[in-house]
Design a protein around this ligand. Structure first.
Ligand code: C5P
Length: 420
């Protein structure tokens, strides 16, 4: 079990606690070890004996237990885990997490941990909809805590609405995705079709470009590179030999990916061409449409007279068009990649514009997203995309950029299996 990932599962007091048994079993099947913390209220719904039997480990319940704290204190429990999952997460533990209350082993561990935390809320619909819970959830999300569910449905209390815990299969899917796309994690996606892209070569562009105005200034855009980097990570984790041609970004180099750093569109084009032929090309970069024609070798000076008054008009920048990387690769006459995918960042008529972009660029698929101010797409962790191919439009729900990377990589693998 030494190479297994490790989840610390915190089970709090809701009727959905019985589902934790299925969750533990399914995670173990995917080579994810589970250690449990059970709250006092949680123990009213599921027994420590059953949890211990399934997890194959001691169940931790008491912060004031001398044996527990000497064997495995709350700090150790967190240190030993790759991910902390709270399922079910009651309104109470959510409120405690928000406020930083540490009055039992579960809440103390959550306050003391630096590890990523995922929660699967489960509660009555009115408790879920209460302003206090909604506010708490908002704060936790802002702090980077991930949410799975809740779902809408019949409740144990004979009501109907939002608040049912996500199904264990969904929680398992999110956890396996998390383990496969974390920066620095070279483990192929657990439970997925590992190696399904092995033998394939992929080139991905990502990030913005910087177009020199002079030696110290440049034209740029707001692209963070997070989506393109996540796609490269996902392709590599499915076994593709992946080359990421990256404009200037703050993103860490994804594991298992060869990164070629570039600044300008012209450099990006040259770097892509040098990596061809390839089976898959994904142009996720926000390439500048124009560059400054003949940027001077020296800094452009603001001329001032002796009295400080301006003596010259502001410089006029003459722009010229950049090469279109996506279009040129899509229309290669020889050794065209089997699949070329472009992105369309639009602020209005997203689908319409993306459909015509697919035709005009000659690529196979376009992934369209809305980047209007307020959507938080640029630089944010989430994205809402529509995948457009020759058959039509697939609307994907809002997802983390990492998850979109994965779904896209899986879709690519399926396509190549079928068509090449
Ligand atoms: O034309 P537009 O910039 O809207 O097209 C977006 C798509 O084209 C993206 O996939 C982007 O990476 C790609 N593109 C490119 N080279 C350019 C401009 C855009 O590869 N010069």
């Amino acid at each position: 079990m030494s190479n297994w990932k490790r989840v610390l599962l915190i089970i709090t007091g809701g009727i959905a606690a019985y589902k934790s048994l299925e969750l533990i079993r399914d995670l173990q099947r995917r080579k994810i070890a589970v250690r449990c913390i059970l709250t006092r209220a949680g123990a009213e719904f599921v027994t420590p004996m059953a949890l211990a039997a399934l997890s194959g480990d001691k169940v931790y319940q008491d912060i004031f237990s001398l044996t527990d704290e000497s064997e495995m204190g709350h700090i150790e429990l967190s240190r030993d885990a790759d991910l902390i999952v709270v399922a079910p997460a009651t309104a109470n533990i959510i409120a405690k997490m928000r406020a930083g209350i540490a009055d039992d082993l579960a809440s103390t561990t959550l306050l003391a941990t630096g590890k990523p935390v995922v929660i699967a809320p489960a509660m009555n619909v009115r408790m879920w909809e209460h302003a206090a819970t909604q506010e708490n959830i908002g704060v936790l999300k802002d702090r980077g805590i991930s949410l799975i569910g809740p779902n809408e449905g019949d409740m144990a209390c004979n009501e109907f609405g939002m608040g049912r815990m996500a199904e264990p299969s969904k929680i398992v899917e999110e956890i396996t995705t998390f383990f496969s796309v974390r920066a620095g994690d070279t483990t192929p996606r657990l439970g997925a079709r590992n190696g399904v892209l092995s033998g394939r070569r992929a080139v991905v562009t990502s990030g913005p470009t910087h177009e020199a105005v002079d030696p110290v200034r440049y034209l740029a855009n707001h692209s963070s590179g997070r989506q393109g980097h996540a796609i490269a990570a996902a392709l590599a984790s499915l076994g593709a030999e992946t080359i990421l041609v990256a404009g200037p970004t703050q993103q860490p180099d994804p594991a298992g990916v060869t990164v070629k750093n570039v600044q300008s569109a012209v450099e990006m084009m040259a770097a892509c061409q040098a990596e061809l032929p390839a089976d898959i090309v994904i142009c996720a970069a926000a390439v500048a449409d124009w560059r400054v024609a003949n940027p001077p070798q020296e800094k452009i000076k603001k001329e001032r007279g002796k009295n400080g008054n301006k003596t010259s008009a502001p410089p006029v920048l003459q722009l010229e068009e950049n090469p279109d990387i996506l279009a040129s690769i899509s229309t290669l006459k020889t050794e065209r990649p089997a699949l070329v995918v472009g992105f369309a960042a639009e602020t209005n008529s997203v689908i319409e514009h993306a459909k015509s972009k697919r035709i005009s660029k000659g690529c196979d698929w376009i992934v369209a997203n809305d980047v209007s101010p307020g959507t938080g797409t640029f630089g944010g962790g989430h994205n809402t995309v529509h995948v457009i191919d020759g058959d039509g439009v697939e609307d994907w729900p809002v997802m983390s950029k990492e998850k979109i990377g994965f779904r896209l990589a899986e879709r690519i693998a399926q396509y190549l299996e079928t068509f090449s």
